[in-house]
Write a protein that binds this ligand. Structure first.
Ligand code: SF4
Length: 477
């Protein structure tokens, strides 16, 4: 198992091999240029006000980018589609981003494996389909649906006002005692036994700051020994202890690592990180611009779910986006090593029921790896039927709006972000109506429609399609 590395990680590792060293240097400098542009309002305004002095301004930041070969205008740089051969650096950047997007899609596919119970694979696929329809393809496509997240501490010491996962205050960390190390390794071995290479999509933080566990990197090394790859780390305090940060970077450099990220909470951290590490050092680290000067607003979920924006605040980074959202990504298991709890979760738009942007399908506790594995097997049997259960009432998801198509040839299901139509004969509409009532099981629906002359295979096919595409509510089965 440890010799097998999922294709997405292989692809990500080889991205630099497909570029010359000059191209890599240019990419690193463009990345830093865009970080400063996004995170430094003063720089943005200077650039906007003095486009003719752009080269000088960029050089003052220690960057060498031939800007006329990147874009003729600076404002639309981020939107530029890179198709014009007049701008070869824009094309270089675009191809780099395309590779990152390809990696992201591959990682989502790597969450399926032959070792995994097919019922889990089908359940996860339904969650992927559901989130795509619930959040829209643009947002849905950004979610990789890792199958495990392990928390190695409880709460978070950073306390961001915008925490999309609603992290509570820090309550301590999973200590590296011999007993805990043994439990940790047993748990990881169990995940690999049950899910094989798909576990390589997982990571070791959630509503926690990795740094809060002084042995986080030691636990990560165990993870790599057993799972085969170094998981993603996202830290909001990359300059808190540079020895720690450099050790993390060294472990990543050793290979077979997923990309890691640093959240930038204020301009001091951005400047310090840029001062200490060269553009090349940070080329493979995404910087999440969470500082107030950022041009991006915050996701509405977790701590910001009910937050009102103050009227006189112009800083983009202090604004919460108007529409609800989610930053959750796991379709699988959320594990707290401190509390010994395990939850079956999947991402969703934040709602009154799920303000933190993820559904909890089931939860339990464990005291050892056997109980941990038993919970997983039970949850699969309980919540992940191999196919649509025929004897339980079916209904459309609550967030879907149901209506007949204008021409009477079927029905439509829509959310704020997507629309889907199901066309066919009169029986398709009657099927839609019966599902919308939410009180009939598939046997009753099939029976009623076949008695009226419908084709049994057509009706079953439509019901299965609705189920597989995540349009039917599957939270309580
Ligand atoms: S966003 Fe991250 S660092 Fe900030 S409070 Fe939430 S978990 Fe902690």
């Amino acid at each position: 198992m440890t010799n097998y590395i999922i294709p997405s990680v292989e692809f990500y590792q080889r991205m630099p091999d497909r570029r010359t060293s000059d191209e890599l240097k240019t990419i690193a400098h463009i990345k830093r240029f865009l970080e400063i542009l996004t995170g430094d309002r003063k720089f943005r305004e200077q650039l906007k006000g003095n486009p003719d002095k752009a080269d000088e301004l960029v050089r003052s930041k220690g960057l060498t980018i031939d800007l006329p070969r990147f874009s003729c205008k600076f404002k639309p740089v981020l939107l530029y589609d890179g198709k014009d051969p007049e701008f070869p650096l824009a094309m270089l950047w675009r191809e780099w981003i395309e590779d990152l997007l390809k990696f992201r899609s591959m990682l989502r596919e790597d969450g399926y494996s032959d070792t995994t119970d097919p019922r889990f694979n089908a359940w996860r696929k339904r969650q992927v389909e559901r989130t795509n329809s619930e959040m829209g393809m643009l947002r849905g496509d950004a979610i990789t649906h890792p199958i495990f997240s392990f928390e190695l501490s409880k709460g978070c010491s950073v306390g961001c006002w915008f925490c999309g996962l609603g992290a509570r205050s820090f309550k301590g960390h999973f200590e590296r005692t011999p007993k805990n190390v043994s439990l940790w390794r047993d748990i990881l071995n169990t995940t690999v036994e049950l899910f094989g290479s798909a576990v390589q999509t997982s990571f070791c933080y959630w509503a926690t700051e990795p740094f809060d566990n002084p042995n986080y990197l030691d636990f990560l090394q165990d993870y790599k020994d057993i799972v085969g790859v170094l998981p993603q780390t996202t830290s909001a305090v990359p300059t808190r202890d540079l020895v720690w940060t450099r050790r993390l970077m060294g472990m990543i450099k050793a290979g077979n690592a997923l990309p890691s990220r640093f959240s930038i909470l204020n301009s001091k951290v951005l400047k310090e990180l840029h001062r200490i590490f060269s553009p090349e050092d940070l080329m493979r680290y995404e910087l999440l611009m969470q500082l107030k000067e950022s041009s991006y607003g915050k996701a509405r979920a977790g701590k910001t779910y009910n937050k009102l924006n103050s009227e006189n605040c112009a800083d983009g980074g202090l604004q919460v986006n108007p529409l609800v959202s989610s930053i959750a990504c796991v379709s699988g298991y959320l594990v707290s090593m401190m509390d010994r709890t395990i939850k079956l979760v999947s991402p969703c738009q934040a709602t009154d029921q799920w303000p933190e942007g993820f559904r909890i399908h089931d939860q339990g506790t464990f005291s050892d790896a056997k109980e941990f594995g038993d919970f997983i097997k039970d949850s699969i049997s309980k919540h992940m039927p191999a196919s649509l259960p025929l004897d339980k009432p079916v209904s459309f998801r609550k967030d879907l709006f149901y209506e007949h198509l204008d021409d009477g040839g079927g029905f439509a299901l829509s959310t704020d972000c997507s629309a889907h139509s199901f066309t066919g004969d009169e029986f398709v509409i009657r099927l839609g109506d019966m599902v919308a009532e939410g009180t009939h099981n598939p046997v009753e629906i099939i029976g009623a429609l076949v008695d009226s002359g419908a084709d049994i295979f057509g009706i079953r096919g439509t019901l299965n399609d609705l189920y597989d595409k995540g349009f039917l509510e599957d939270l309580v089965i």
